[in-house]
Design a protein around this ligand. Structure first.
Ligand code: LLP
Length: 417
């Protein structure tokens, strides 16, 4: 696997660019992504699946920057979207609508109409009511809508409860025990074409056993549906593969994982789809930040930085761990145990807690690692903080792919009476 972020001597690099140079020029906080790493992860999926009919649908929600969408489109990716806004984005990035699949538990009529107009590949439907609505809207548009039913296979993905989705008690999909009846009833719908089945059991999965279990359940379902004369042509397995956040974590290798799965699909006359997000962009990005102040209380050491929960909310929201390293390694720094905190007025505004970290003075630069997925995507303007810029590196070149927001951006759309 291509490692984009590495020390060269004392300096932390992204590909062939010293990250300190980017921080000095683009300012901090700032997201930096490696184009080579993103393409490496995408190709790991695409090449390992080469033997069977397949589609890699990048999950746009993980990182929706237009330049990243374009990069992946040019490499042959399709897209998994969850809103009209994401459909608009992928179209702006030049994606072929025939390679777009629309997931999500609460699609509105307006979003469905938009997707029908654009001519997307298919809808992953999450309820019978949604199937009925799609049928009615397709009839009105004079179209036939291709749909898959998202199945809830009742498998425990063994991940953080907020990002588990495949258990019966979760809001997602249609219960595996009800799905055959739903398909049978849905055959009566004249403007809906039942094409596939889909599932997605959760995110940041470090153990692949639950995915294998879900795949086996889904393949048995495909056989049963085909037995009832429903011509299932594709199986969408969702996303979910985990990445390394903690140094001791051993996430599945994409190539190994897909190679293992592949055996189950050979000779089945089934197009396999996957919707990876995090495993494509997660470890291809970092968040750069500068130390503003140091302070200590009786019991704690604090490193106050210029990035906050508004830039990267994962530590605050999930207690997520992101490694934090200095952009310039100096032996004289030594190490301390500290909280790395941002400027926002919330106790939850931290990037790390009780972390063994380089004892960096104010003015030094840090990289918050593995921040390429659900980083900028979840950023907000809370405390009226402009959102940070995003930079894409390729070899020794880099460019800003989203400029830093300005104060004017903050009030756009507001009106004073
Ligand atoms: N497909 C569906 C239907 C999904 O719901 C998701 C993620 C994906 C694909 C992509 O999953 P991935 O390959 O990225 O695991 N904000 C959380 C993650 C939320 C994931 C939501 N669904 C985080 O920062 O960990």
């Amino acid at each position: 696997m291509y490692e984009a972020f590495q020390y060269r001597g004392h300096d932390f690099y992204c590909e062939d660019v010293a990250l300190a140079d980017i921080a000095e020029e683009a300012g901090t906080p700032c997201y930096v992504y490696s184009a080579t790493a993103i393409l490496d992860r995408f190709r790991a999926y695409d090449e390992t699946f080469a033997d069977v009919p397949h589609r890699i649908l990048y999950a746009v929600k993980a990182n929706f920057n237009l330049s990243i969408l374009r990069l992946l489109r040019d490499a042959g990716a399709g897209f998994d979207i969850v809103s009209g806004g994401e459909l608009y984005r992928v179209r702006q990035a030049g994606a072929d609508p025939a390679r777009v699949v629309f997931s999500g538990v609460g699609k509105t009529a307006r979003e469905i109409e938009f997707a029908l107009r654009e001519g997307i590949h298919s809808f992953n439907c999450e309820s019978e009511a949604e199937l009925t609505l799609i049928d009615a809207l397709a009839a009105r548009a004079g179209k036939k809508a291709a749909v898959s039913v998202r199945v809830n296979p009742d498998v425990n993905p063994e991940t953080h409860p907020y990002i588990s989705t495949g258990l019966r008690e979760h809001k997602f999909g249609i219960d595996i025990t009800q799905v055959e009846e739903v398909y049978t009833r849905a055959r009566q719908l004249r403007n809906v074409e039942l094409k596939g089945v889909s599932c997605h059991i959760g995110s940041q999965l470090l153990d692949t056993d639950p995915i294998h279990e879900a795949v086996d359940i889904m393949l048995r379902l495909v056989d049963r549906l085909r037995g009832r004369g429903i011509p299932v042509t594709h199986l969408d397995l969702g996303g979910g593969l985990g990445i390394k956040y903690k140094p001791e974590e051993r996430p599945p290798e994409i190539r190994e994982f897909i190679a293992e799965l592949l055996e189950k699909f050979r000779g089945r006359k089934l197009t396999v789809m996957v919707e990876p997000g995090r495993s494509i962009v997660g470890d291809a990005g970092v968040l750069l930040t500068r130390v503003l102040y140091r302070k200590s209380s009786l019991s704690k050491e604090f490193i106050v930085v210029d990035a906050a929960m508004t830039d990267l909310i994962r530590p605050a929201l999930y207690g997520a761990h992101h490694e934090i390293v200095p952009l310039r390694r100096r032996p004289e720094f030594g190490e301390i145990v500290a909280d790395v905190v941002g400027p926002v007025c919330e106790t939850g505004d931290f990037l790390a807690r009780d972390r063994k970290i380089a004892n960096v003075p104010p003015g030094e630069l840090l990289a918050v690692c593995a921040a390429g997925a659900y980083g900028f995507a979840l950023a907000s303007n809370y405390n009226s903080r402009p959102r940070p810029p995003e930079v894409l590196v390729e070899g020794e070149r880099w460019r800003v792919i989203r400029r830093r927001e300005t104060y004017e951006d903050l009030i756009r759309g507001e009106e004073l009476q």
